[in-house]
Structure formats: C-alpha cells, structure tokens
Design a protein around this ligand. Structure first.
Ligand code: PGA
Length: 247
C-alpha cells in the first residue's frame, strides 16, 4: 500500500511571520490525520522558523530547490547539507517554474536528484508537459524523457514523482481525472521499466490547480498517490481540507 502524501508548495510566498501564523492555525486542524504524509515547502527564508515550529509534529519539511555542490563559491545557492541541517527531509526538484524561468535542464536536475539522495533527502521530482507539447501529441515522449534523463543512474528509494501538466499550474484548469490517470499509469509503467517491482511502491503525486473541490475525485484515480499543491496550500483551512481528502 502506498501511503498518500499531500505537499504544499508555497513558492515565493509568505514572510517568516506569515509562515508562523499559518502553522499556528494549521497544526490544530490536522491533529487526527495519521494515514497521510504531510509535507510543507516554504521559501528558504522561512525554513528555519518553520522547522522550529514543526518539532514534535508529524508534518515534514521540504525545500523548493537546492544546488548540487557541497559548498563553495556559488553565490546565492543553497547546498543539500544546509537543508538537512534545518531538518528538511524533502526537496522539490525539477518544478516547471525552475525548468522554464531558471533554465534547469534534465542534466542539471539529474545532478540535483543525485545530490539530494546522497544526503538522505527525498526528492519530489516534478515532470510534466506544456500545452503545446500536449497538443502536438508529445505528452508521453516528454514524460519519458524527463523521467529517464532526470533519474539516470539513480535508484527508486527516496524518489517521489509529481506529475504537473504545465498548462494546469496556477491556471484553474485541472486536468480531467481521465487525463491524470492516463499520465500516472504511463509514469508507473516507465518506473516499472526502470525499477521493476519496486515501482509499485513509488508514490506519484498530481499537481496543477488542485483545490478542496477536486481533491477527492483526483485521489480516486488508481495511480494518484497524493498531490503537490500551490495556490490552495496557502490558507490553513484549504490545505487542511486537502490533507483530509475523502476517498
Ligand atoms: P497550483 O501549483 O496548485 O497553484 O496550480 C501547483 C504547483 O506548481 O506545484
């Protein structure tokens, strides 16, 4: 059985004070949740404060990005060891905003996933096609390339896949459950080709305009094991409803 995982990607939102206020309201709302993993990815500047507030809670901490080198002259970058030092357990890698605006390639991402694993961080590895690619019938080819290149020479442990069709991110356009299940099925097949039986225990999250209104239907899909949520994770009551999805 794959334990569901619901992850909040706050992107470039929330000051330290705002992050603390969120947790004060959010933690009491999820005290009875046991059968779902909850991960929050605040901006770097709030990691330390959020880490302190999460001590003793089951909520796990994620960064939204990291560099692959250990240390040195890389102005503005954050090393994997700096994240584990703050008790991060997860890191988002390959988000389409990183690929698109910051030119992160499959090759760079492969180095990042390797570095994350070397430090014991679980990589939430994001893949997904653009609208143009979908319309050109290239969805599966894109997913296959991103998986094969990004995960080259990396084992299945500590890898969570997030399928995020770029056209559904922040647009209010959720993929239909049919489109989601079709893509997740395909990803599971490719993971089986890479990892054999171990693929059946790997979690595949869906991301892209997930809301309290559509979470239950998405979680009904056989190969959807959770969600990576941007906009709807910014408010405590909305994120709590996502974590308490009903199947
Ligand atoms: P969204 O973002 O939920 O605001 O669409 C999802 C993501 O980019 O991870």
């Amino acid at each position: 059985m794959r334990k569901p995982l619901i992850a909040a990607n706050w992107k470039m939102n929330k000051t330290v004070g705002e992050a603390e206020a969120f947790l004060r309201d959010f933690i009491p709302l999820i005290t009875e949740v046991e059968d779902t993993d909850i991960v929050i990815a605040p901006p770097f500047t709030a990691l330390s404060a959020v880490s302190s507030l999460l001590k003793g809670s089951p909520i796990q901490l994620s960064a939204q990005n990291m560099f692959y080198e250990e240390k040195g002259a890389y102005t503005g970058e954050i090393a994997p060891g700096m994240l584990t030092d703050l008790c991060c357990t997860h890191v988002l890698l390959g988000h389409s905003e990183r690929r698109q605006y910051f030119r992160e390639t499959d090759e760079i991402l492969n180095k990042k996933v390797k570095a994350a694993r070397a430090h014991g961080l679980t990589a939430i590895f994001c893949i997904g096609e653009s609208l143009g690619e979908r319309e050109a019938g290239e969805t599966f080819a894109v997913l296959q390339r991103e998986l094969e290149e990004g995960l080259k020479a990396i084992g299945p442990e500590g890898i969570v896949i997030a399928y995020e069709p770029i056209w559904a991110i922040g647009t209010g356009k959720t993929a239909t459950t049919g489109q989601v299940q079709e893509a997740h099925r395909f990803i599971r097949e490719k993971l089986s080709a890479l990892y054999g039986n171990e693929a059946s225990s790997m979690r595949i999250l869906y991301g892209g305009s997930v809301t309290p209104e559509n979470i239950d239907a998405l979680m009904e899909c056989a190969d959807v094991d959770g969600a990576l949520v941007g906009g709807a994770s910014l408010k405590p009551d909305s994120f709590a409803r996502l974590v308490r999805f009903r199947r």
